[in-house]
Design a protein around this ligand. Structure first.
Ligand code: M6R
Length: 608
C-alpha cells in the first residue's frame, strides 16, 4: 500500500510529484506529502486526507529545487494525520524519507534511538528509518542508507533525500515494489510503472536487497553489500491508463460495464482454431499437466473467491483434487504439499504481500507456481513459473469487478484444457462448452441492459443494516463475493453463507429486517436452494432472488427477483457477479459513499 514517487531533473518538481501521486493514489489515500531540497534546506509539505488537499497546499506554497520525494499513504502505524504523513524527517531536518511497507522491529529501534537522544514527532514506524539514517550519517547518504537498511526487519521500499546532498536520491527495496525510470537528464523512482510513463519508457525493476542512487545524469545500482551491480533495462510499450471515467460517474461502474468487452478480448486471445492458448508466459507442457493430480490455490479477497470457484471447477470437470486457501493462512500453516501439487496464485494487482509470500513459500518447497495476474511485470508475475494474464485492462476502482470475472473465465478455460488432457471430457462436450463461452458477452450485456431494475431493488433496501447472501455449490463463493462487494463499498454489514449451513446457526439472525440475497439460477442444487429460501421466508426474511430468466417458481418465494439469462452451471458465477456488483454499487451510491475509494482500503495491499 502507499505510493512512492521521487524525481531528480529540471522539470517543475511540484507538477512531476503531483502527477506521479495521482497515478499512485489507488495505493492509499489517507494522507500525502512531498519534500524537496530548496536553497540547501529541506522543504516539506504534507497533509491528512485526499490528494486534493496536498495539491491545494502546493498551489499556495510550491516547492522548488531539483530533487523531490512524494508519498500517498495507507496508514499502518499511527492514525492518518498531518504529523504521521510522509515524508518523515530526522532531528536535524537534513534527511527526508518516504516509505512503503512495515518495519517490524521499529519498537526496539525506536527505544535505542530515543536513548541516543533522537526526538520523535510521529507515531509511524517510518520515522525510525529517518533517525536511523541520521544516526549512521557521516556525509555519505548512500552509505548511511545501506547501513540502516541492514538493521531493518519487515518490508520496506524507501526513497531518501538529504539537504546536505542536494543532487541525489537514494532508494532501497526490500519486500515492497520499487521501479526506476531512466530519463534524459532526469530520473525517477516509483512504486509502480504507470507513475513514470509520462517521462520515460525505459525502466529497471529493483529486486529485494537492491539499492539505487539517482542523479540527474547518472543512475547507479548496488546490492546489499554496497557493490555495484548491472541491471537489465526494459522498454515499456503500453501506455499509462487514461484517468478518464468516460461517461460514467465512477470507475467502478465503468469497469462493471467493461466486462463483456474483457471476456470478448479473452475469447479472441485464448480460443484459437487449434485449441486453447494461454499466452506467452504460460510454460507448462501438456505432458506435465496431464499428470497433475493436485492443485492448491492461494489468494486474498475477491481473488480468493475466484479461486474458490476454481476449486469447484477443477474438481467437477477435470476431476483434480483442489485445495483453496487464503494466502495469509496458507503462508503460515506449513501445509503438507505431498505429490508435487501445482500452486496457483491469483491476484489482480500482482503485488498483494500475502499472496506473494505464499508464492515464495511454494517456491521454497520447489513447487511449480502458475499465477493469474492482471498487472504484467508485477512481482507475482515475475516470480511465477508461468502466468496467465487476465487482460482486463487497468482496474482503478478499489472494488474488484472486471478482474474477478476474468479470473473466473481464465479458470474455466484452464479447466477445459485440463479436462481434455485428462480425458475427463469428450470432444462434443468440450465443443458444447466452447459454444456456451462464446455466448457469455451477449448475456452479460443483457444483464447490464437491465441495471435499472437492480437500482430500483437497491433503493428499496438501501437503509437495511444487515444483509445475508446465500448460495450453494459453485455459487457459494458467489455469495461470499456479493457480501464482500456490498460491505467494502457501502460500509453495511453483510455475510455470505452456504445456504445449507443457515440452520446451523446464522438463521438465528433472520427477522423481517434482514434482507437475504439468494443466488438460485437453474442448477444441480436449484431445488435445495428453494428449500433453504422457504425456511428463511417462513422466518420473515425479505428475499431477493437472482434467478434464471423464465423461472416462475421464485416469484412467490421472493419480495424481489432479478433475472439473468440461463447458462451452463459452471459458467453461471460469471453472470451472477454482475447483478451482485450492481446491487452493491447502487446501495453504496444511494448511501453517499465514495465507491471508488472506500474508507480504510487501498487497491494494492502490499503489506501483510
Ligand atoms: O490484487 P489482488 O487481487 O491480489 O487483491 C486481493 C484483495 O485485496 C482484493 O481482491 C480486495 O479484496 C478487493 N478490495 C475486493 O474488491
Amino acid at each position: 500500500m502507499c505510493g512512492i514517487i521521487s524525481y531528480v531533473g529540471d522539470k517543475d518538481i511540484n507538477s512531476v510529484l503531483m502527477a506521479g501521486l495521482w497515478r499512485l493514489e489507488y495505493r492509499g489515500y489517507d494522507s500525502s506529502g512531498v519534500a524537496s531540497v530548496m536553497d540547501g534546506e529541506l522543504e516539506v509539505r504534507k497533509v491528512e486526507g485526499r490528494l486534493m488537499n496536498l495539491q491545494e497546499i502546493l498551489s499556495d506554497k510550491p516547492l522548488g529545487g531539483k530533487v523531490g520525494i512524494g508519498h500517498t499513504r495507507w496508514a499502518t502505524h499511527g492514525e492518518p494525520s498531518d504529523q504521521n504523513a510522509h515524508p518523515q524527517v530526522d532531528c536535524n531536518e537534513n534527511i527526508a524519507i518516504v516509505h512503503n511497507g512495515i518495519i517490524e522491529n521499529y519498537y526496539t529501534l525506536k527505544e535505542e534511538l530515543i536513548k541516543k537522544k533522537h526526538i520523535f514527532k510521529s507515531n509511524t514506524d517510518t520515522e525510525v528509518i529517518a533517525h536511523l539514517i541520521e544516526e549512521n550519517y557521516d556525509g555519505d547518504l548512500k552509505e548511511s542508507v545501506l547501513k540502516s537498511a541492514s538493521r531493518l526487519e519487515g518490508s520496506f521500499a524507501i526513497a531518501v533525500i538529504a539537504a546536505s546532498e542536494p543532487d541525489e536520491i537514494v532508494a532501497y527495496r526490500y519486500g515492497s515494489p520499487l521501479i526506476v525510470g531512466l530519463g534524459k537528464n532526469e530520473n525517477i523512482v516509483a512504486s509502480d510503472i504507470p507513475a513514470v510513463l509520462d517521462h520515460t519508457r525505459r525502466i529497471v525493476i529493483l529486486s529485494d536487497g537492491e539499492m539505487v542512487v539517482l542523479r540527474k545524469d547518472k543512475v547507479e545500482f548496488y546490492n546489499n553489500k554496497g557493490e555495484r551491480i548491472e541491471k537489465e533495462e526494459r522498454e515499456i510499450k503500453w501506455s499509462p491508463t487514461s484517468l478518464d471515467k468516460g461517461k460514467y460517474p465512477h470507475y467502478m461502474l465503468k469497469e462493471i460495464y467493461e466486462q463483456p468487452e474483457v471476456i470478448e478480448r479473452n475469447i479472441a486471445l485464448r480460443m484459437e482454431d487449434e485449441g486453447l492458448n494461454f499466452g506467452e508466459s504460460f510454460h507448462f507442457s501438456p505432458h506435465e499437466l496431464a499428470h497433475l493430480s493436485h492443485i492448491v490455490i492461494q489468494a486474498c479477497g475477491t481473488s480468493w473467491h475466484a479461486g474458490y470457484i476454481g476449486k469447484y471447477l477443477f474438481e467437477s470437470l477435470a476431476r483434480i483434487h483442489t485445495e483453496v486457501d487464503i494466502s495469509s493462512e496458507f503462508r503460515y500453516r506449513n501445509p503438507v504439499m505431498d505429490g508435487e501439487p501445482l500452486i496457483m496464485a491469483i491476484s489482480q494487482s500482482g503485488e498483494t504481500a500475502d499472496t506473494l509470500a505464499g508464492l515464495r513459500e511454494a517456491k521454497a518447497k520447489f513447487l511449480n507456481v502458475l499465477s493469474l495476474v492482471n498487472v504484467r511485470g508485477s512481482t507475482i508475475d515475475r516470480e511465477s513459473d508461468s502466468t496467465i494474464y487476465l487482460n482486463a485492462g487497468p482496474e482503478i476502482g478499489v472494488a474488484s469487478t472486471k478482474a474477478y470475472t476474468s479470473q473466473i473465465f481464465q479458470l474455466y478455460l484452464f479447466d477445459l484444457y485440463l479436462s481434455k488432457l485428462k480425458w475427463t471430457m469428450d470432444a462434443p462436450e468440450i465443443e458444447k462448452r466452447v459454444k456456451e463461452v462464446n455466448e457469455i458477452p451477449e448475456k452479460m450485456r443483457k444483464i447490464l441492459g437491465s441495471a435499472d431494475n437492480i437500482r430500483k431493488i437497491a433503493e428499496k433496501y438501501k437503509d437495511s443494516k444487515d444483509f445475508m447472501f446465500i448460495g450453494r455449490g459453485i455459487n457459494y463463493p458467489s455469495a461470499l463475493e456479493g457480501a464482500l462487494k456490498l460491505k467494502e463499498i457501502s460500509y453495511i454489514h453483510a455475510t455470505g453463507y452456504p445456504a445449507g449451513e443457515m440452520k446451523h446457526g446464522p438463521i438465528a439472525l433472520i427477522d423481517e429486517n434482514t434482507p437475504v440475497v439468494a443466488i438460485a439460477p437453474h442448477s444441480s442444487v436449484y431445488e435445495k436452494m428453494l428449500n433453504n429460501i422457504e425456511e428463511l421466508k417462513s422466518r420473515g426474511a425479505r428475499i431477493i432472488i437472482i434467478a434464471s430468466l423464465g423461472d416462475k417458481r421464485v416469484k412467490e418465494l421472493s419480495n424481489d427477483v432479478f433475472y439473468i439469462p440461463p447458462s451452463e452451471e459452471s459458467l453461471s458465477p460469471i453472470l451472477i457477479a454482475l447483478p451482485l456488483q450492481l446491487f452493491a454499487y447502487y446501495i453504496a451510491v444511494l448511501n453517499g459513499r465514495d465507491v471508488d475509494r472506500p474508507r480504510n482500503l487501498a487497491k494494492s495491499v502490499t503489506v501483510e
